[in-house]
Design a protein around this ligand. Structure first.
Ligand code: ATP
Length: 448
């Protein structure tokens, strides 16, 4: 079943509406790098916040952490990244394009049909050097995941947080991978943002916790508006498991190029803590005071990408429909993800309307991310807001001057209600926070 929107439409909407731009564009761009524009930065922040809220703030068994991108190189030797964080790569002898060997069917180059080299292993970590004189400086790596920063701080967190196991440590931050094949917009890039949770549990309870986290994470996407039928779970085969993993599930999303990984949830066992204890010489274990026993915890790791999630949310929210004989493009984004919550739109740029419209804007903007737009026709302004997924537009017209009421227009149903300016803030707050957002019901009315 193909997805209903192709990637070009998403890329062009993102450019047009200030969500995502090609990086370094005025210099001709830089492959696989993208910049988030004024609307994109809000959307991305909302995705991060939604993850942090559900993983850290709404639980008492997870704490947060923010570790440095550059770390001691010994960490990457211990974690296995120097030896094993590699992809088999083949190169075309004619056009010299490089491909991931596991993505190629047959023995010829997909671009020019040229002969391919034998696969060789290619390390995905970016190297750089630390220190002022390059020759004397030591080689260090940009982290390819945030997880290791968590493992090497396990003892710091356990001893300072006074929490018992099971305990999770969460981190959001940039990761870097010198990927062989990038593409599909922000799906696979060389610089991206990870949202990772390392959930430390007693050995023997790990399988249960893996099931728990697979379900939790699957439901998170559904709660935020992704249609269930566009998500599926896939367990890794034994031959596919990463060197550290005992078991692993991928949550896959039906992207325009087909089903692909959105998030991985792995049972890492005690691999990382044992390795770091061995290589650093520091003991990394847990003393369970109640049971009077000491053990090395197992770790369940839900690992997601901010950018890849942003892409899935955008694709799933995208719709084109006819309204009063005109085509409209709309993002049915979950309200908590929408970059702008409310747009204040005076019917026209008129000297009588402007002061009241500005007054309404000033009232709303401390509480909601609010946009003010008085250029062009009201219809075009509605369309612009629909395209970035603004859930509510507030229109100020000439009657508003008399009756001190304004119109709230809802993005999905297009319903319009008139409310006193006095009650506008409360009414919007109730709509944004209180009313359920049911993506399945919404899409059921729009099945084509
Ligand atoms: P893939 O095989 O798709 O490159 P992976 O299995 O190597 O991904 P993990 O190491 O499990 O990915 O990372 C967890 C999550 O981080 C992925 O599910 C994805 O959302 C995100 N991610 C990983 N690599 C990238 C990348 N190069 N660009 C964007 N997001 C990424």
């Amino acid at each position: 079943m193909p997805a209903k929107v192709d990637m070009d439409k998403i890329v062009s909407l993102c450019k047009r509406r200030g969500l995502i731009f090609p990086s370094s564009e005025i210099y001709g761009g830089l492959a696989s790098c993208w910049d988030y524009g004024p609307m994109g930065v809000e959307l991305k922040r909302n995705v991060r916040d939604a993850w942090w809220k559900s993983i850290v703030h709404e639980r008492d068994d997870v704490v947060g952490l923010d570790t440095s991108i550059m770390m001691h190189p010994g960490i990457w030797a211990a974690s296995g990244h120097i030896d094993s964080f590699t992809d088999p790569l083949v190169e075309c002898k004619s056009c010299h394009l490089r491909w991931r060997a596991n993505e190629i069917e047959g023995k010829r180059c997909p671009k020019c049909d040229g002969e391919l080299t034998e696969p060789r292993m290619f390390n995905l970590m970016f190297k750089t050097s630390m220190g002022p004189v390059e020759e004397e400086a030591s080689t260090i790596y940009l982290r390819p995941e945030t997880a290791q920063g968590i493992f090497v701080n396990f003892d710091n967190v356990i001893t300072t947080s006074r929490k018992k196991l099971p305990l999770g440590i969460a981190q959001i931050g940039k990761s870097f991978r010198n990927e062989i094949t990038t593409g599909n917009f922000i799906f696979r890039t060389r610089e991206f943002e990870h949202m990772e949770l390392e959930y430390f549990v007693k050995p023997g309870t790990d399988e249960e916790w893996l099931d728990y986290w697979v379900k939790e994470r699957f439901d998170w996407y559904v709660k935020l508006g992704i249609r269930k039928e566009n998500l599926r779970l896939r367990q890794h085969g034994k031959d596919e498991l990463a060197h550290y993993a005992r078991d692993c599930y991928d949550i896959e999303y039906l992207f325009p190029m087909g089903w692909s990984e959105l998030e991985g949830i792995a049972n890492r066992g005690d691999f990382d803590l044992i390795q770091h204890a061995k290589c650093s010489g520091r003991e990394l274990g847990y003393y369970d005071a109640e049971a009077g026993e000491k053990y090395v915890p197992y770790v369940i790791e839900p690992s997601a990408g901010v950018d890849r999630s942003v892409l899935a949310f955008l694709i799933d929210a995208y719709d084109e429909e006819e309204v009063e004989g005109e085509k409209r493009t709309v993002l049915h984004l979950h309200r908590s993800l929408a970059p702008i919550k409310v747009a204040v739109l005076p019917l026209s740029r008129n000297e009588k309307l402007t002061p009241l419209a500005k007054e309404v804007f000033n009232k709303l903007c401390p509480n909601f991310v609010t946009d003010y737009d008085d250029s062009q026709s009201i219809g075009r302004r509605y369309r612009r807001q629909d395209e970035i997924g603004t859930p509510f537009c507030v229109t100020i017209d000439f009657e508003s001057l008399e009756d001190k009421q304004v119109t709230i227009r809802e993005r999905d149903s297009l319903a319009q209600i008139r409310v006193p300016i006095e009650e506008l803030g409360k009414s919007l707050e109730a709509k944004l926070k209180g009313e359920a957002f049911d993506a399945s019901a919404l899409w059921a009315t729009r099945q084509k």
